[in-house]
Design a protein around this ligand. Structure first.
Ligand SMILES: NC(=O)c1ccc[n+]([C@@H]2O[C@H](COP(=O)([O-])OP(=O)(O)OC[C@H]3O[C@@H](n4cnc5c(N)ncnc54)[C@H](O)[C@@H]3O)[C@@H](O)[C@H]2O)c1
Length: 252
């Protein structure tokens, strides 16, 4: 029997690299999966790459209250209740000195990571009647600072605050809440950042990051997904309020 047999799991950022990798792991363990994302075309491409089952595809902008309420309603009509939420949608924003940092970019990054996580918890946790697991994708950027990365790093820290509040409120209902903190992943989200950095520092941005990682390399999306599966399943039955680093030792 799979680790998530009979469970319903909702994944945001489901058209992206980590969301899809987690959905694959969840489905392989017997879960029914709702894949949600801003990008409907991306969701259809993701669906086509899933083997051994179909996810329910529901487009939603996690920063929109109306979209998240509609998402919750559609999920309630289809499943009644849910067991796992993987709040994972993300955008990177920009890197700039504080005096030049765009307020618009700052707000747009907060809207996805912080407001998005808040809205998902507000509207989806009431559907987690039987207990369950709420997982938020923070980052190694949620536990360290770096110059210029104002929106992303502060938003990733704020997600930890949200997680800690939720963990305490929802524990009496048997709902566990944790953050997962990937280091650099070998996917387009990170590689785009590294290409920009490479131009700025005049050397290979990927190598620059690898030198900061004791294990000397990036994670694969599936390595992150396996840690998400641990938090989603009863393997972590007494784990709540924690920050799980999946960063090859970068934050050690
Ligand atoms: N890639 C890395 O190295 C890395 C490291 C640490 C943390 N993370 C975090 O992991 C999460 C997933 O990133 P990824 O690497 O899979 O990148 P990705 O770009 O492949 O996936 C992110 C997905 O989020 C979706 N999205 C963006 N804004 C949205 C919104 N408002 N509403 C709904 N969906 C939205 C995008 O359409 C995209 O499909 C993000 O929160 C990111 O910050 C990534």
């Amino acid at each position: 029997m799979g680790l998530l047999e009979g469970k319903v799991c909702v994944v945001t950022g489901g058209a992206g690299s980590l969301g899809l990798a987690a959905a694959r792991r969840f489905m392989a363990e017997g879960a029914e999966v709702v894949l949600s994302d801003l990008n409907m075309e991306g969701l259809e491409t993701a669906q086509a790459s899933l083997e051994g089952g179909k996810a329910l595809l529901l487009p939603a902008d996690v920063s929109s209250s109306a979209d998240v309420m509609e998402l919750a309603e559609l999920i309630r009509e289809r499943f009644g209740s849910i067991d796992v939420v993987f709040s994972n949608a993300g955008n990177f924003g920009a890197v700039a000195p504080i005096a030049d940092y765009s307020e618009t970019v700052f707000d747009s990054v907060y809207a996805v990571h912080v407001r998005g996580g808040f809205l998902l918890a507000k509207h989806l946790s009431p559907l987690m009647g039987r207990g369950g697991s709420f997982i938020i994708t923070s980052s190694v950027a949620g536990v360290r600072g770096d110059p210029g990365v104002y929106a992303y790093i502060t938003a990733k820290h704020a997600q930890v605050g949200l997680m800690r509040c939720l963990a305490k409120e929802l524990a009496p209902r048997g709902i566990r809440v944790n953050t997962v903190h990937p280091g650099p992943v070998d996917n387009e989200f990170q590689l785009a950042v590294e290409r920009g950095l490479g131009v700025e520092i005049g050397r290979d941005g990927t190598e620059f990051f690898n030198e900061m990682i004791p294990m000397g390399r990036h994670a694969s999306s599936d390595e992150v997904a396996r840690s998400v599966l641990y938090l989603a399943s009863d393997l972590s039955a007494f784990t709540t309020g924690t920050t799980l680093m999946v960063d090859g030792g970068m934050s050690a």
